[in-house]
Design a protein around this ligand. Sequence first.
Ligand code: NAD
Ligand code: UDP
Length: 389
Amino acid sequence: RSSTMARVDLDGNPIKPITICMIGAGGFIGSHLCEKLMHETPHTVLALDIQNDKIKHLLEPDSLPWAGRITFYRLNIKHDSRLEGLIKMADLTINLAAICIPADYNTRPLDTIYSNFIDGLPVVKYCSENNKRLIHFSTSEVYGKTIGAFLPKDSPLRKDPAYFVLKEDESPCIYGSIEKQRWTYACAKQLIDRLIYAEGAENGLEFTIVRPFNWIGPRIDFIPGIDGPSEGVPRVLACFSNNLLRGEPLKLVDGGQSQRTFVYIKDAIEAVLLMIENPARANGHIFNVGNPNNEVTVRQLAEMMVQVYSKVSGEKPPETPIIDVSSKEFYGEGYDDCDRRMSDMTIINKQLGWKPKTSLLDLLESSLTYQYRTYAEAIKKVIAKPVAS
Ligand code: NAD
Ligand code: UDP
């Protein structure tokens, strides 16, 4: 207890325990944030979600050292009259609730718009009306495609950072046509960012907007047929893990030439904690949170994961570890991709002094170790079943 009382913020002031209303607390990011808050801070969490599988280990048993500091509320923010009361009970609201898996953007476009825009409106309104601080989760997708993507393929300008680095306060937001529904997600996210910004400008809402650049690690999404639908398509770390666990080739969409920068979830959570505990430095800002040192093409990611998985599992990689598929085959009609996501880090560096630490190799090793330990047995059973019966 005395060690938590000695905690100070970046300006040397003691940190007072607060109550946080966390919406979407049962998801990938929410589960890691709850863990961090319980293990390392004195804060209290009202954890709101429609499900709690990923935070069960923090809720039970009652003898856990943080019992009483985290309470789960099973509710859907689309229609639950408890929402405003819970926001009022808290000092800070963090909204993580969203549909944010690319396979859903072109197959469930209406749910995507509702969940990323309409359903978030009451949260913004209640925070503004009750003078409560809001940390809202946006996305790197808001920037859309890079300017460089429109240059001729052989243009030397494509290598100039001015044409691909994404900056919160300078980069334009460049989307594809309406039939390409990834941009429906981006557009819904962008409009709520603009609404929050406007609430700040006109009504004094204290807000921080977070733009995650491919945060990955343990507990991301699900493994199809084990803890999610067998036909479901999760984000790439879970897709490739599933293939590796089953001894199947990894599927590269449209040649795997798109580029991503991956950041380890535990590094990214440190950034969120700094925002929570340094409101004077975080309010009114939009923060990119990514790891510019971890840039790869999706093909390179696949190749690395094959190697790392082999090391972790002790199994030899299959003869054909990677195959190509078209996006139409994999995601269906109307899929489009971001060509490149390189985050500028100036603002988060200056305001919060945050820098990511974990290399791509290290984060893949710890993530695949987790996947192997969590799922390898269950997958073996599922694969063995048809033969046994
Ligand atoms: P996630 O899907 O794991 O978590 C979202 C959680 O919100 C889920 O547990 C879900 O059940 C809950 N939820 C959704 N609708 C709800 C509703 N109506 N009522 C109550 N709960 C609801 O996703 P995540 O990766 O943890 O992402 C969290 C946020 O961060 C999202 O806004 C997402 O757009 C943003 N983001 C994440 C990444 C990333 O790299 N993980 C990248 C860009 C943006
Ligand atoms: N991808 C792939 N094979 C898969 C899953 C994803 O090639 O099995 C690609 C996808 O087309 C995209 C990248 O991996 O270029 C990252 O996809 P993810 O779903 O993680 O989210 P995104 O970064 O596109 O939002």
